[in-house]
Ligand binder design. Sequence first.
Ligand code: MSP
Length: 520
Amino acid sequence: MARFYLTTAIDYVNSRPHLGTAYEKVAADVIARYRRLRGADTRFLMGNDEHSQNVYRRGRELGLDPLAYCDQMEEEFKAVWGRLEVSFDDFIRTTEPRHKAGVTRMLRQIADQGDLYEGVYEGWYCDSCEGFKQEKDLLGGECPVHRIKPKWLREKNFFFRLSRYRDALLAHFDAHPEFLRPEIRRNEILRLLEGGLEDISVSRSGQAWGIPMPGHPQSVVYVWFDALINYASAVGFGSDEALYDQWWPADLHIVGKDITRFHSVFWPAMLMSARLPLPRQVFGHGWVHHRGERMSKSLGTTIDPLEVAGRFGVEPLRLYLVKEIPFGQDGDFSYERFEQRYNVDLANNLGNLVSRVVAMAAKYCGGCLAAGVTEQTHLPAVANLAVRKYTEAMDRCELHNAVAAAYTLVDATNEFITAREPWVLARDPSKSVQLNQVLCEAAEAVRIVAVLLLPVMPVSAEVILTRIGDHTAAGERRFDKATAWSTGIERTLVVGPVLWPRAESGRQPTQNEKQEKFNS
Ligand code: MSP
């Protein structure tokens, strides 16, 4: 069986998740659910990055031992991810023993190659990025991501011979054009590599919060060097050989564009030095903006994802993030736009389509559709094309294009119903076979749409499948079979409440209104 090992960035826990960090986890979750649906043995890893100085400071500000603070934040993060239906299989914390074992092992393997040496770092450091900065990285003397002036450091550190791996990295990029996606990030990193690489510090002195440098207890491992190793330590590197052999290398690292450099330069160089296989792909997604600014705690532009989900539901939010922000580019979030898209995509379009088909089957055929005859319309071809485009887009991580492909089938089915006028056929008893056929085809198209939307809206898509008469158990559903067109079966459709009642200028309909609307 094919296997798929997928990871997200691990989050700093000095603040709760915001819509920007949640975006990454939702997008990765869509990929994980898609891979499972395709039948791959999937492992989806997330986690928390705890050894940052900001995390340590935040714990202290709250009067907490840093580890106790991180324990609390683990609960908070997991509660948010659970509410957003993020289906991770494993969650790593960098304070766990399995991670420490992996970091220690990696340092030893890198040291064995002669790639670690002692030196003095003198230069800028941005606390928010936890990054060493060169003059050319700054904009007007400030970190361009966090808009703060970095501090000047002079420290005795251990260095990693990153410069030694520049040619090997260039060769890897050349031999594996798919290694870094999308193209815009690949080009940025290629330019960086062509400009040459300097060795980097991999330890910090005078700090107690972190993994001690083996043999040098007065220094800790630099937080980025520590954090990157989570992808390997989570699958047993340094602690469980069998697990490691089963899962490493990772198939896909999903990370934000601000940290693509760490993942596509430092991380593969570390692995090359340690003589370990490289991940197959890194995907650097864009940022969620709010009012024209990157959503970020340091810029004060964050939105709580649970507050957004509270407006129209978790799944409309997931759909918005995946459909409206081209994966790989930046995109904006505003409540106005969210409400507008909710009304168009869900209330008017998909929701209305499901209600119409189910209501007509109930009204004209008592909820039971007989097996249809061999398809005579264009709808099966539209469905097959949508499935093909969806699969191609998903396989390239073009999540927005995949959802758009599913929506071509929604639109075509709505048009099909309008053109075939089942309500006219229903008036003429001699047209009952045609009526059954039209409703069968519409129901089959809706069923395929629901299968395609399962990774994005797992709960609502299952509800649609049940209403449309597909009762396959969730775990049994396999993509190829589930997306193959078939009207040759009898089905029983089930009426239910309106899935997505129309929202009027920010006001949420009450449960009673939902029911009334449905009954009318
Ligand atoms: N701890 C590091 C990652 C280490 S991975 C070995 C880190 N943490 S973070 O909490 O600052 O960010 C976590 C992820 O969220 C990163 O991939 C980052 O790019 C992403 N995002 C942070 N703000 C974001 C937006 N406004 N929009 C989209 N993604 C955002 O970096």
